[in-house]
Design a protein around this ligand. Structure first.
Ligand SMILES: Cc1cc2nc3c(=O)[nH]c(=O)nc-3n(C[C@H](O)[C@H](O)[C@H](O)COP(=O)(O)OP(=O)(O)OC[C@H]3O[C@@H](n4cnc5c(N)ncnc54)[C@H](O)[C@@H]3O)c2cc1C
Length: 405
């Protein structure tokens, strides 16, 4: 059962309700997880922000207008974490590729090891006997959401107490989280494992869990591993070198265009140029690409409805097509008489991988795939080269150059 409703109007209403809590309340209480139905100190806006049913810019603007930059500092910083991770992965696409390949390898290992297969099944179905962990596994699969602190505790217990492969934990999250995002999820797990801030893993501690769940969970001594070791020895070669940011092809307004709507941006009316000559529209359903394993129904339904909501706001008839055979893109555009496909920027992740597979047929048909990039991303991503601190320091100047504050 999920209470999230995939429409922009619902997202705006949720944001409006939470604006009064984006200041002092968020600063002092955001780390408390009081369980399903009681996530009152955090916004729960992530399924909407992830698809840009509402944008990062809109939530940051609302926070800063209501509380000022200082009053809303913590909330704004958390939103910037999202953009930092997105930019960081754009600069190091090899990290995404090695995650995808690693999930396949880990699954092969599980298939040949009945003991690990059974331990994995118990963790995913909330039957490990670790009360807090089992409750979070169930909350995730039932609601599609977990509080940030519980995501950190859960990932830490998965890796260091249960000794399960971190990538299969990330895959479990990605298949069930409504806000599942290739950058925030992969890099969130890597951060817990000590692979992002290298050599500094995140240790879930019993006292911390008890304090920030208001004693809902009080893990007994010894239940959760202490004195943990970072996983960075698994990657002795270190991080791959920084890549230049990808420069997308810009749409030509004169040409007949096929409009492609994806869950990467469900508010494209803000930057859809007027007078663009659109001859056909389609929505691309991509959440099935999240994993080689089945993706939760609530995730697929949420995406399908978010895409319908977007098409109806744009007043276009955008039939949904699934990301199956990548040839469908070129066939659709050719049939429609389009000379280019236009879409919002698609960052690193499964959909970008799928579009790469679609490129040869598009090139043969001489139909370029053109992308709009938001100023928000273009302003933040160049600083996402190392740790978050570099981005954090620039928040005031970034907000000022975007004329937000
Ligand atoms: C292991 C792990 C996996 C994660 N996987 C995802 C994921 O797949 N998708 C995702 O959106 N977030 C992910 N996060 C980050 C964070 O947990 C969620 O963004 C947050 O819990 C969403 O809840 P909220 O909207 O109530 O957040 P709020 O606290 O209200 O924050 C407001 C917004 O800021 C952004 N945000 C907040 N914290 C973070 C953070 N640490 N990193 C990146 N963005 C942040 C989100 O867009 C969020 O909606 C993960 C964190 C961890 C530790």
């Amino acid at each position: 059962m999920t209470t999230f409703q995939p429409s922009r109007s619902h997202a705006l209403a949720c944001m409006k309700n939470f604006v009064p809590l984006m200041g002092q309340s968020y600063t002092s209480k955001r780390n408390y997880d009081l369980g399903t139905g009681n996530h009152n100190f955090v916004s729960q806006l992530s399924p909407y922000v992830r698809r840009r049913l509402i944008t990062e810019q809109e939530v940051v603007q609302a926070a800063s207008q209501a509380h000022g930059l200082e009053g809303a500092e913590k909330f704004i910083q958390e939103v910037f974490w999202r953009s930092y991770f997105k930019g960081w992965l754009e600069r190091r696409p090899g990290i995404w590729n090695s995650y995808v390949q690693g999930v396949h390898e880990d699954l092969e290992e599980v298939n040949s090891d009945p003991n690990m297969e059974a331990r994995l099944a118990r963790a995913e179905s909330g039957e490990t006997g670790i009360t807090c962990f089992d409750a979070w596994a169930n909350e995730l699969t039932e609601t599609g959401y977990l509080h940030n602190h519980s995501r950190m505790w859960f990932a830490s217990i998965w890796i260091f107490t249960l000794h399960l492969p971190w990538r299969l934990g990330a895959d479990f999250f990605y298949r069930h989280l409504l806000d599942g995002d290739p950058a925030s999820n992969t890099l969130g797990w890597r951060w817990v494992a000590g692979l992002h801030t290298r050599g500094k893993p995140y240790e879930a501690k019993a006292w911390n869990i008890a304090k920030f769940t208001n004693n809902k969970f009080t893990p007994p001594e010894g239940e959760i591993a202490s004195d943990i070791q970072s996983l960075d020895a698994l990657e002795p070669e270190g991080l791959p070198a920084l890549q230049p940011l990808r420069k997308p092809s810009v749409p030509n307004r004169e040409l007949p265009s096929a409009l492609l709507i994806t869950e990467e941006d469900c508010h494209i009316e803000t930057f859809l140029p007027e007078m663009l000559n659109i001859c056909s529209s389609r929505s691309l359903v991509s959440s099935l690409l999240r994993s080689p394993r089945p993706v939760a129904d609530h995730v697929r339904l949420f995406e399908a409805k978010a895409l319908s909501d977007t098409a109806s706001r744009l007043k276009v008839d955008a039939t949904q097509m699934e990301c199956l055979d990548p040839m469908i893109l070129a066939s659709w555009a050719k049939e429609a008489g389009a000379k280019q496909i236009v879409t919002a920027y698609v960052p690193e992740g499964p959909l970008r991988d799928w579009l790469r597979k679609a490129e040869p047929a598009l090139q043969e048909a001489e139909i370029p795939l053109c992308e709009w990039q938001r100023d928000w991303d273009a302003n933040i991503w160049p600083s996402a080269t190392a740790g978050f601190f570099k981005v954090k320091q620039k928040i005031p100047s970034i907000l000022s150059s975007l004329e937000i504050f």
